[in-house]
Design a protein around this ligand. Structure first.
Ligand SMILES: [Zn+2]
Length: 659
């Protein structure tokens, strides 16, 4: 069908509407409208909000436009902000007759003039400068929309563009964004009337996000929902979300008033458009229980519902994990009070973010600023407190950690697991999890002993550590077996068999005690993985000996115990005992033995006849001469060597007569 014919038919239908009303301005032709405009663009309305222009103390409405085509004029930026007369802020509203209406998400063609005072852009010809674009099965049409919302006429977009492009150029300078327009790119949802808010945030009550079990074919499942919830919880907002119950799908509009958010998949009620790539929708039930937060008055959300779509276009997006998680994050964002952002890296940007094909997106600073404006940080906009109750279980080299979320501080986005070789150290590993799940499985952990802590993180920082635990990977050695000892003099040779199980042995440890099971005499480390040890110059005695094996995991139980007897040889007798008399004094001399263990001292003894010690026995210490006096008489004198193991036999005997 020729485009011109279509235009005429539609034009007739619309113009014949009986609701056509009187205009507040003369109707301009498309040519007149275009000639009057500095800029004509096609694009989408991202958000609409009102604020004061302090230069003249007036209320204006600012509409951010994502420009897709420039039909007239020189425009470099992809985004412009149109400044319209009138607006509403809190309880004050300014209405100016004949103004154009712009609604978020509208696809529009804009004829724009330049405001001489500040160079800002506003629609030409009052309401006539804003046309709404709609897709029909046959063509994209643009329609002039009157101030009362009725459509005035419709024309194929391509034909309209050709007419605009033939208009007279103008070169008036303009600003794309009014200087006073400094608010965040985020918006509250809804943007007309009081926006919605979960006042539960003010009372520390957690809001649950229930979910239909995610069907197959999507890019993810419950883990991505958890991650989306964790992102919002980690934003520093005072609202706390948690994954709720699995349930049947809830339609966008189905009223349950249950004070919960519910997420469904595959458009269960057939309510999401299948044209284009609408990936999801979200809706709120609200009631005017008003509370103010951050200078804005919000009404109470009593139910939130998000539905992801099942159209072919939606599936292309939602079959990718990152885009699937982003769609959940975006629509959960709607259910907690955010509208669309005009910042193209925000999760609340209307379209899927370009990077989602390679992984989920985080929150942008605009998302964070937006949600914190709805839920300003009270006590909970903080770094997380310490996680609780860290435990571990080991199966071979698979270590599973589990803990509980912090009971204090801000909500957690993810965790850091620290591992060290000693208490308090993080010298072995520092692992950052990707979500707020409170367990983690580590397969293939190198055998060893790990001192572990976990810390919670969010956008505000990393919190304090949990309790510390010791986790092991791998197995202890089994006890060595067959310990046996042979003694030769003071040399003890020990042999045993290596453990039959466990990680490789790094060394053996010998324990010796004075009684069974004691280690009070010696602990020797072999510093070798080879079984066996030779110990020389062992002090005489009786030893009870065991051996243990050690590896990276730890030390085994003891082997069998053996008793080792190291003999205690006594010294040989001294030789050449002799004496000299000088006046009344007698000096004895002798020679130390030349064989056997060296004496530590000598005992000299005297008797009344040969072989007797019945007069005196004196320990003279480690000397080989001594001078003495005594009463008259006849003495038989001998000397013995002494050591720790006892006394030698006697030396030669001498007879001493004192007059
Ligand atoms: Zn959205």
């Amino acid at each position: 069908m020729p485009r011109a014919l279509l235009f005429i038919l539609l034009g007739v239908v619309t113009l014949s509407s009986p609701r056509l009303a009187a205009e507040t301005a003369p109707l301009l032709s498309i040519q007149q409208l275009s000639d009057a405009s500095t800029l004509v663009v096609k694009g989408r309305v991202l958000d609409v909000s009102s604020q004061w222009d302090p230069a003249i103390n007036a209320l204006y409405t600012y509409a951010s436009i994502d420009v897709s085509e420039t039909w007239k004029g020189a425009l470099q930026e992809p985004r412009i902000v149109v400044k319209l007369l009138g607006g509403r802020l809190d309880d004050l509203e300014l209405r100016v007759a004949g103004q154009a209406r712009l609604d978020p998400d509208d696809e529009v063609v804009l004829w724009l003039e330049v405001r001489p005072r500040d160079g800002t852009l506003y629609p030409a010809g009052l309401w006539q400068g804003v046309w709404k674009v709609s897709d029909t099965p046959l063509a994209a049409l643009a329609a002039r929309r009157r101030a009362d919302g009725l459509m005035h006429e419709a024309i194929a977009v391509d034909a309209l563009r050709a007419m605009v492009e033939s208009s007279t150029p103008t070169d008036t300078a303009f600003v794309t964004v009014p200087v006073e327009f400094h608010k965040g790119a985020y918006t509250f949802f809804p943007s007309d009337g009081p926006p919605g808010r979960w006042h539960e945030a003010d009372f520390g009550t957690v809001v649950s996000v229930d979910y239909e079990p995610p069907p197959g074919g999507l890019g993810g499942g419950v883990a991505e929902l958890d991650a989306a919830i964790a992102l919002w919880n980690g934003s520093g907002m005072s609202l706390r979300l948690q994954r709720g119950s699995s349930r049947s799908a809830r339609c966008i509009g189905a009223f349950e008033g249950d004070g919960r958010i519910s997420v469904a998949f595959n458009d269960p009620c057939g309510e999401v458009s299948d044209s284009g790539t609408v990936v999801g929708l979200a809706g709120l039930y609200m009631t005017p229980i008003l509370r103010e937060a951050g200078g804005t008055t919000f009404q109470k959300i009593i139910q939130g519902t998000a539905v992801l779509n099942n159209s072919a276009g939606a599936f292309t997006v939602l079959s990718q994990r990152g885009c699937f998680q982003d769609a959940l994050t975006h629509n959960v964002g709607h259910t907690i009070g955010l509208g669309h952002s005009s910042q193209s890296n925000a999760i609340m940007w209307p379209d899927p973010l370009p990077g989602c094909g390679s992984g989920p997106s985080g929150l942008s600073s605009d998302d964070i600023n937006g949600i914190r404006a709805v839920y300003p940080a009270g006590g909970s906009g903080a770094v997380p407190g310490p996680p609780l109750g860290l435990t571990s279980t080991t199966n071979g080299t698979t270590v599973t950690l589990a803990w509980a979320a912090p009971a204090t501080g801000g909500a957690v986005t993810n965790y850091v697991i620290e591992a060290g070789s000693a208490p308090g150290l993080t010298n072995l590993a520092s692992f950052t999890t990707s979500d707020a799940l409170t367990s983690m499985v580590f397969p293939g952990v190198p055998p060893g002993v790990y001192y572990l802590r976990v810390r919670g993180r969010n956008t505000l920082g990393t919190g304090g550590p949990s309790n510390e635990i010791v986790a092991t990977s791998g197995a202890l050695p089994s006890p060595p077996t067959g310990l046996a000892a042979t003694v030769a003099g003071s040399t003890v040779t020990l042999g045993w068999s290596a453990p039959t199980s466990g990680e490789p042995v790094t060394t053996y440890i010998l324990e010796a005690g004075s009684a069974p099971s004691l280690s009070n005499l010696a602990t020797l480390v072999t510093n070798s993985a080879v079984p066996g040890m030779v110990v020389s110059t062992v002090p005489p005695g009786v030893y009870f000996v065991r051996v243990r094996a050690r590896n990276v995991v730890g030390t085994s139980a003891p082997s069998n115990e053996v008793q080792v007897n190291v003999a205690c040889p006594v010294p040989s007798p001294p030789t050449n005992l002799a004496f000299t008399k000088t006046g009344g004094q007698v000096t004895f001399t002798w020679q130390a033995p030349t064989s056997g263990p060296p004496p530590v001292g000598y005992l000299i003894s005297a008797g009344t006849s040969q072989g007797l010690d019945n007069i005196v026995v004196v320990d003279v210490g480690p000397v080989t001469s001594i001078t003495a006096t005594g009463p008259p008489g006849t003495y038989f004198i001998r000397v013995k060597s002494r050591s720790a193991c006892g006394l030698s036999g006697s030396s030669n005997e001498v007879m001493l007569v004192l007059p």
